[in-house]
Design a protein around this ligand. Structure first.
Ligand code: DGL
Length: 265
């Protein structure tokens, strides 16, 4: 039996697995092909032009595999490359910024929204534009938190080092009286508990993953290309040796990453 094309997903490494976790729940019948560009991680400290060229290569790899849709499960790449990818490739391309912005609009009551992300994401201003497009009256406060990515990868998400980093990074946001905070990096959901402890229960943490998975489901339904009533699968590809990805990936996926295949470029 020929298989129906799957969904391609990419990130700089393991972070996008937090989005895969939601896709497994929301579109369980789909075959998921995930590419972690581990050889070139991190993206968040690199220039927009460099990240955009990596994003284009990753998308080309997934499209060559025959996927019917691509999810850019990386805020840094979504922030700088989404429009270019949509113009260059024929398949629908879904990023994580617009879904994250929509989720924040649904969460905020006092119209004061915070955004944290990598340096690339924050410098791009993409969240600010996406939020303002939905509600120009919002007050938006942003902060880059570059150390959160290595902390999440190290599993240092609730120890004194993580608490100290969160305290320093989030101090200005606390003073802004935001009532919702977008975790604008696919690594950050792992630090949710520590971030929540610093900001207090009055600040709702918003991540893009669930809303992104819903957008994927809606796009497939619109196109009549959803695959349901059967069990989907998940395969993982990486651009460097797979050992570390397999070892730490399960924390991001919420279930075991059995294996990953290294691709040559
Ligand atoms: N997971 C990436 C993101 O969502 C950040 C990690 C990196 O810097 O490569 O932006």
């Amino acid at each position: 039996m020929t298989r129906v094309p799957g969904i391609g997903i990419f990130d700089s490494g393991v972070g996008g697995l937090t989005v895969v976790q939601r896709l497994l729940e929301v579109v369980p019948g789909e075959d998921l092909l995930y590419l972690g560009d581990t050889a070139r991680h991190p993206y968040g400290t690199k220039s927009a032009a460099t990240v955009a060229s990596y994003a284009e290569e990753n998308t080309a790899f997934l499209v060559d595999k025959g996927v019917k849709l691509v999810v850019v499960a990386c805020n840094s790449a979504s922030a700088v490359a989404l429009e270019m990818l949509r113009a260059r490739f024929a398949v629908p391309i879904i990023g994580v910024i617009e879904p994250g912005a929509r989720a924040a609009i649904g969460a905020t009551r006092n119209r004061k929204v915070g955004v944290i992300g990598t340096e690339a994401t924050i410098a791009s201003g993409s969240y600010t534009r996406a939020l303002q497009a939905l509600d120009p009256t919002l007050e938006i406060y942003t902060r880059a938190c570059p150390l959160f990515v290595p902390l999440a990868e190290e599993g240092w998400v609730a120890n004194p080092v993580a608490r100290e980093a969160a305290g320093v990074y989030l101090a200005s946001l606390r003073q802004s009286h935001i009532d919702s905070l977008i975790l604008g990096c696919t690594h950050y959901p792992l630090l949710a508990e520590t971030i929540g402890a610093v900001l207090g229960p009055e600040v709702q943490l918003v991540d893009s993953a669930t809303e992104t998975a819903r957008e994927v489901a809606a796009t497939l339904a619109e196109q009549g290309s959803a695959r349901a009533g059967v069990a989907g699968s998940a395969s993982f590809f990486v651009t460097d040796v797979p050992d570390r990805f397999v070892k730490i990936g399960s924390r991001f996926l919420g279930s075991t990453v059995d294996s990953a295949v290294r691709i040559e470029r």
